[in-house]
Design a protein around this ligand. Structure first.
Ligand SMILES: [Zn+2]
Length: 317
């Protein structure tokens, strides 16, 4: 008895071949099936198709499938190539976990490509054999404050391009995950800025001051110094009827601050300087009638000044 290899294509009819080709097309949910895709998923090798139909295209035609390879199919980067690049960046940085911004900076591919392919950054890291980044809690408020910062520095509405260019410390994906899209992010931001909560009521003022004293030695976040508080106390003693009649707190909250900056077109009201034109310009929101002289923290008593004009002004008072 003659020993023969059991080859599939022997005696395979055209109908069987077409049937299996259609079956693969359905399985892959594609109108166009490439030779290699068929070989990877189909029952037969490519040879009987060529023997029966002459070319692969003819086989596709016979099966009633599309004969045009989709354009992006050519550009399709393999998962493995993406993951290798993630690993390469980690190796270069000498880390066992990398952030999206690190990959954005040093990686070969767009971060969006990786996120589309692997759904989340942590999954991409996992597949690349890297350690997942610890879950960082990012609140909506943190994102709003970041948008505010970009908006002020740019002097106009931030775009997705600004975020992708790296103006934000958070990725576009983070904003989209929180708010469902960039447009919705901006809408949520506007809603937040316009939300009715104005300044803290006067009764909380003592707590605010205590906080400020606590912070004044450490971070530079509050611009009020110990000396200011001493001065203010002296003023309060002298002008006690005025001081006690304050309806608003001295503190300008982030929402009100943004509204003033927006009203003043993100420019200094005295000299017109703006961070959009000169990144070294720092804008402050300042009381026109000083708070210590009875001025309130209200839209009409606040103005945008650059740090230079603001310091010049306080010298005059
Ligand atoms: Zn100025």
């Amino acid at each position: 008895m003659e020993f023969k290899l059991n080859t599939y294509h022997r005696n395979t009819s055209k109908e069987e071949l077409i049937e299996d080709l259609i079956c693969v097309s359905k399985k892959l949910n594609k109108d166009y099936v490439s030779r290699s895709e068929y070989v990877a998923c189909g029952k037969f090798s490519a040879t009987p198709f060529i023997q029966n139909f002459g070319t692969w295209i003819n086989a596709l035609k016979a099966a009633g499938l599309s004969i045009e390879r989709p354009k992006n199919d050519y550009l399709k980067i393999k998962d493995q190539e993406l993951l290798e690049d993630v690993k390469l960046v980690a190796t270069r940085l000498g880390k066992n976990s990398i952030s999206t911004s690190e990959y954005n900076k040093y990686g070969k591919y767009k971060i969006q490509t990786l996120l589309i392919r692997f759904t989340t950054w942590n999954l991409a890291l996992e597949k690349a054999g890297l350690t997942q980044t610890p879950y960082k809690i990012i609140t909506d408020e943190m994102l709003f404050e970041e948008i505010e910062k970009i908006w002020i520095n740019k002097g106009s509405q931030p775009t997705t391009t600004d975020i992708q260019k790296g103006l934000s410390q958070y990725s576009l994906n983070t904003y989209c995950r929180h708010f469902g899209g960039w447009r919705s992010t901006l809408e949520a931001f506007i809603k937040w800025i316009n939300s009715p909560e104005e300044n803290e009521p006067i009764k909380e003022l003592n707590n605010v001051k205590a906080e400020e004293i606590k912070n004044s030695s450490g971070s530079n976040k509050t611009e009020i110094t110990q000396q200011d508080l001493v001065d203010e106390k002296a003023d309060n003693n002298r002008l006690s009827p005025v001081a006690t009649s304050h309806k608003t707190s001295r503190d300008i909250n982030v929402r009100l601050r943004f509204k003033i900056l927006q009203r003043d077109n993100f420019k200094c009201c005295f000299c017109g300087a703006s961070p959009a034109k000169d990144p070294s310009v720092e804008l402050h929101v300042d009381h026109i009638i000083p708070w210590t002289k009875g001025g309130e923290t209200t839209m009409d008593n606040l103005q945008t000044l650059c740090s230079k004009c603001n310091l010049g002004k306080s010298d005059l008072i």
